[in-house]
Design a protein around this ligand. Structure first.
Ligand code: M7G
Length: 344
């Protein structure tokens, strides 16, 4: 495949990040002399697949749970005991792997990766920032303009208009007269497409007049309600009601990485997302709709929004850093002393 050919040419440069808790590693390398980011994530266990067995003389299929050859215990091919003590035993195992049914890892590649991609995936320190409407106008808005280039959002255009990932689209709301209000839903790049516990979908809207949370005004409320209602109606049906409407965490990111309005739809069980669902990054769509009742006609443009920003984010260097220092001073919060680690 294209991906495999590219990975064969990958020349390792350095590790960008590694997280043993969510079992994800990001590597920087080069492919044909251009920067490439490979992210690998160990896949979850197969444990709830149902095996279809036709009962004798019956037409109704019967589902058997955990009998799949790739189900946790059944998949163990080799074992090495590490130790045992009293009623406790532990060891290492080799599981039966299968490209289709039980792959080892999910592998993502970004190539050619831009400087913005590399800095995003890299280990960095994080800061709480308070973005005032004034900061938004002066610093963030010009940045968003730059980040809305055709090339940066090409993947979105490809999905909406050029049939990219089309066989993976799970829902398309695209009625001619409804066009500007339409949207589609498809599996997010972050999802392995299999593990329902970590279901991760993204809804992309067709309209292009909304760049982010900041652009939402009370006039958008009926549209947002329509969106969330359709999402909660259609998605459980798409997955055979193995997931229910109240098990979907539906949110926006602020700041997002891509300034074309989109909605994250994630299994409420799934917490292993790095910072993707934490407060200061994810804003629940329900809360947004509710807030539109109270914000004036300018909606979120008039609100101060507090969020987490990575030190590698361009906005940090383009003024957020100074703004945070200024705000702390104004709030009367003293600067940290020079030596803070000397507990001796
Ligand atoms: P975001 O909040 O702008 O960025 O969400 P972040 O969550 O990455 O910080 C954009 C979402 O779109 C993310 O969840 C991405 O994983 C997802 N995404 C990005 N790209 C480039 C693609 C793509 O090409 N296809 C699909 N299906 N999802 C993507």
């Amino acid at each position: 495949t294209g991906l495999q050919n590219l990975l064969n040419k990958f020349k390792f440069v350095r590790t960008l990040n590694s997280n043993p808790q969510i079992k994800v590693i990001s590597l920087l390398g080069q492919i044909d002399g251009q920067d490439a980011i490979v992210t690998m994530e160990k896949m979850h266990f197969v444990y709830d697949t149902n095996v279809l067995k036709k009962g004798l003389g019956r037409n109704t299929p019967v589902l058997h749970n955990c009998e799949d050859e790739f189900s946790c215990i059944k998949s163990i091919e080799e074992m090495r005991e590490i130790a045992a003590n009293d009623i406790y035993y532990w060891g290492a195992g080799l599981l039966k792997q299968d490209l289709e049914h039980n792959p080892t890892a999910k592998i993502n590649l970004i190539w050619p990766a831009t400087r913005v991609h590399i800095r995003k995936y890299e280990v960095q320190d994080y800061h709480m920032v308070r973005e005032t409407p004034e900061m938004y106008q002066r610093v963030v808005k010009p940045y968003i303009e730059e980040m809305s280039s055709e090339s940066r959002l090409k993947w979105v255009q490809n999905i909406l208009y050029n049939g990219a990932e089309s066989e993976r689209v799970v829902y398309k709301d695209f009625i001619e007269e409804n066009f500007p209000k339409g949207f589609l839903v498809l599996p997010d790049m972050k999802w392995d497409g299999v593990t329902l516990d970590s279901l991760y979908l993204v809804a992309l809207v067709f309209r292009t007049d909304i760049r982010s949370l900041r652009d939402l005004r009370p006039e958008h409320k009926p549209w947002l309600i329509e969106l969330i209602t359709k999402i909660k109606t259609v998605i459980p049906a798409c997955y055979n009601y193995a997931i229910h409407p109240d098990e979907l965490r539906i949110f926006l990111h602020y700041q997002p990485s891509y300034y074309h309005f989109h909605i994250h739809i994630v299994n409420v069980k799934h917490a292993g997302l790095g910072d993707g669902i934490s407060s200061g990054k994810a804003v629940l769509l329900e809360d947004i709709i509710e807030q539109l009742n109270f914000l004036g006609e300018n909606g979120f443009a008039g609100r101060t929004i507090t969020y987490v920003m990575g030190g590698n984010h361009d906005l940090w260097k383009r003024g957020m850093k100074e703004e945070v220092s200024r705000q702390l001073r104004e709030d009367g919060i003293p600067k940290a002393p020079k030596i803070i680690n000397d507990f001796a």
